[in-house]
Design a protein around this ligand. Structure first.
Ligand SMILES: [Zn+2]
Length: 63
């Protein structure tokens, strides 16, 4: 049954997309404002950022 095979392939593909999204997303980052002039530090990976608004991306060094 080719249709069944197609559904299976789609399922595998969707699983990998979902896995890549959940592992590369920066949900682990815990940004903390360390000073009033806009210095942020991620307490999870230790990266630092400047700006008035909280950073949305993790600047994890390494992997
Ligand atoms: Zn981080």
């Amino acid at each position: 049954m080719p249709v069944l095979l197609l559904v299976l392939l789609l399922g595998v593909f969707a699983y990998f997309v979902w896995r890549a999204r959940t592992t590369t997303l920066t949900r682990d980052c815990r940004w903390r404002q360390v000073s009033r002039d806009g210095a942020w530090q991620c307490s999870f990976c230790g990266s630092k950022a400047q700006g008035k608004n909280m950073p949305t991306a993790c600047q994890k060094v390494g992997r």
